[in-house]
Design a protein around this ligand. Structure first.
Ligand code: MG
Length: 260
C-alpha cells in the first residue's frame, strides 16, 4: 500500500533525515586507511544511542536474510556494493567504501547512502561514484508532482547508460515512512510516463547504485553482503526525498553541514 504524508508529517520526518545526514557526514569524515569496519559500526551505534534514535537494521530479518542483521550500518567495500555486513577488516589504501544507514527518530525513518575512497583513489572509482551521485541528482529532479515513478527510473538509467554502466533492477528505491521499506519500488531503470503517479506527500528513498562492468550480484557466505559477480567495484548514492507541491525536499541532505 502506498501512503501519502501530510505536510505536518513531512516536517516531523526532518529530524530523522537530519540525524542520518549528520551520522553519515561524521562517519565519512572519520573513516580513513586503517579504520576497521567494526569500529564504523560501533561509532554509528554510539551516535544512535546518544540521540535516542532507533536502528532500522539491527533486528532486520527479511525472508532472504540468514539471521537478523545484528549491526546498525551497511559497510560495502570495493566489489561489495549493497547490504555489506560489517566484519573485522581494516580499510586499505584506495578502498572504495559505501555506507548505507537508516534509523527511526520519533517514529519516522530516514535512509541514505554515500560512497567514497579512503587514501589514494583510482580514477575509475571516482568516476563511478560521480555517476551514482549525478544519477541521484537526476532522480531528485524528476521527483515532482505530475511525473510518475517511471520518470525517476528513466532519469537514473539515462545517467548510468551515458557513462557506460549496466543497470540492475532487482534492488532499488522504495517508499519510506514509519517503516524502512514501503511501496512503491523505484527501479533504477524504467519507462518514462509509466508507473504510480507522483503525488504530494509521497516520501521515497532514491538509491542508484552501479557496478563497473556487470549488473550481476552474488551473496557472500555471511548471507547479506552483495558483491559483483566479476569482482568489479561499485558505488551507491541514496537520499530520502519528500515530494511536495513546492518540489522535492531532500530530507537527508548533507549540504547544510558544509559537506557534499
Ligand atoms: Mg539505504
Amino acid at each position: 500500500m502506498i501512503e501519502l504524508r501530510t505536510p505536518a508529517e513531512i516536517e516531523a520526518m526532518r529530524p530523522a533525515g537530519r540525524f542520518v545526514a549528520e551520522v553519515l557526514a561524521t562517519l565519512r569524515d572519520e573513516t580513513t586507511v586503517g579504520t576497521n569496519l567494526l569500529a564504523i559500526d560501533r561509532c554509528a551505534h554510539d551516535l544512535i544511542r546518544r540521540a535516542g534514535a532507533e536502528s532500522c537494521y539491527i533486528d532486520y530479518h527479511p525472508s532472504f536474510g540468514a539471521s537478523p542483521f545484528g549491526k546498525v550500518i551497511c559497510t560495502s567495500i570495493n566489489d561489495a556494493v549493497l547490504h555489506g555486513l560489517p566484519h573485522d577488516y581494516a580499510l586499505r589504501d584506495g578502498d572504495l567504501v559505501s555506507l548505507d544507514f537508516a534509523v527511526s527518530v520519533d517514529g519516522w525513518v530516514a535512509d541514505s547512502a554515500v560512497s567514497f575512497v579512503v587514501g589514494t583513489p583510482r580514477d575509475e572509482d571516482l568516476a563511478i561514484i560521480d555517476t551514482a551521485e549525478r544519477a541521484l541528482a537526476a532522480a531528485i529532479d524528476a521527483a515532482v508532482v505530475g511525473h510518475r515513478i517511471g520518470d525517476i527510473s528513466h532519469a537514473i538509467a539515462g545517467v548510468a547508460r551515458a557513462d557506460g554502466y549496466a543497470i540492475n533492477t532487482d534492488f532499488g528505491g522504495h517508499g519510506v515512512g514509519r517503516e524502512m521499506h514501503g511501496d512503491p519500488h523505484v527501479a533504477n531503470d524504467g519507462k518514462p510516463g509509466r508507473g504510480y503517479p507522483l503525488r504530494a506527500g509521497l516520501v521515497l528513498a532514491l538509491e542508484p547504485w552501479f557496478l563497473q562492468t556487470t549488473d550481476e550480484l552474488v551473496t557472500d557466505p555471511d548471507g547479506w553482503t552483495l558483491r559483483s559477480v566479476d569482482g568489479s567495484r561499485g558505488a551507491h548514492a541514496e537520499h530520502t526525498v519528500a515530494i511536495t507541491d513546492a518540489g522535492p525536499i531532500v530530507l537527508t541532505d548533507r549540504s547544510f553541514l558544509g559537506v557534499d
